[in-house]
Design a protein around this ligand. Structure first.
Ligand code: ADP
Ligand code: MG
Ligand code: ZN
Length: 214
């Protein structure tokens, strides 16, 4: 158990979560940019497993970038911490172990502002990695929404378009799309192959990459 002591400055844990393409990395980058404008020393980390785009940057789908340090384990954040750092940004936190929760709490109790971004749910709609704990202990939490690629509604789910069953399939953005709760199909019953078959049957539906439009 971590004891709460009076911190220098106001430490906090901020969570930015939601499905893929909901703008989590954009929002993280926006908050970090503002911190830099406020002349606060910022350090950014991400799991080394995530080797999409460049390894030394966090990158949004719109190609916005921010230099960062890839790490394998949460404790490396404490090891790499620089003395006068005020703000810590961590992207793709769903890939870390629950050890991250303790690390974030330690940093916040020391008076640092910790901003974490990541998926709240995996491709089955289940809580992902340390995110449930982080959401529970957060001082502030934002659930962002994407656009559902089937109906155009508000998407809260990440639909996997292939039949792989590993929880983590990285570097395969094109194998996912954002969907709302009613269009979300974790069993892939309506999507992919079966959807194509159904589409051909019904004739009036056109499928392109698992997306149907009237
Ligand atoms: P995340 O980190 O949540 O995966 P990014 O910050 O990398 O998201 O990218 C968000 C951007 O992705 C949006 O601003 C938009 O330009 C683009 N985008 C692509 N597909 C979608 C979608 N289905 N819904 C919303 N934004 C999308
Ligand atoms: Mg992202
Ligand atoms: Zn939908």
């Amino acid at each position: 158990m971590i004891h709460h002591r009076k911190a220098i400055g106001s430490g906090a844990i901020e969570v930015v979560c939601g499905p893929m393409f909901s703008g989590k990395t954009e929002e993280l980058i926006r908050r970090l940019r503002l911190a830099k404008i406020a002349k606060q020393k910022v350090q950014i980390f991400k799991p080394a497993v995530d080797n999409r785009y460049e390894t030394e940057c966090i990158t949004s789908h719109t190609e916005q970038k921010f230099a960062c340090t890839p790490i394998r384990e949460p404790k490396e954040i404490l090891e790499q911490l620089i003395d006068n750092t005020r703000v810590i940004g961590i992207d793709e936190v769903q890939f870390f172990s629950e050890e991250l929760v303790e690390v974030c709490e330690k940093l916040a109790n020391r008076g640092l502002r910790v901003i974490v971004a990541g998926l709240d749910q995996d491709y089955l709609g289940q809580p992902f990695g340390p995110m449930p704990q982080l959401l529970a202990i957060a001082d502030d939490a934002a659930k962002l929404k994407a656009v559902c690629m089937v109906c155009g509604g508000e998407a809260t789910k990440s639909q996997r378009l292939t039949r792989e069953t590993d929880q983590v399939v990285v570097g395969a953005e094109k194998h996912y799309e954002a969907r709302c709760r009613s269009c979300f199909d974790p069993e892939l019953e309506m999507s992919g192959l079966k959807m194509e078959a159904k589409v051909t049957q019904e004739g009036e539906w056109k499928a392109s990459g698992g997306t149907a439009s009237k």
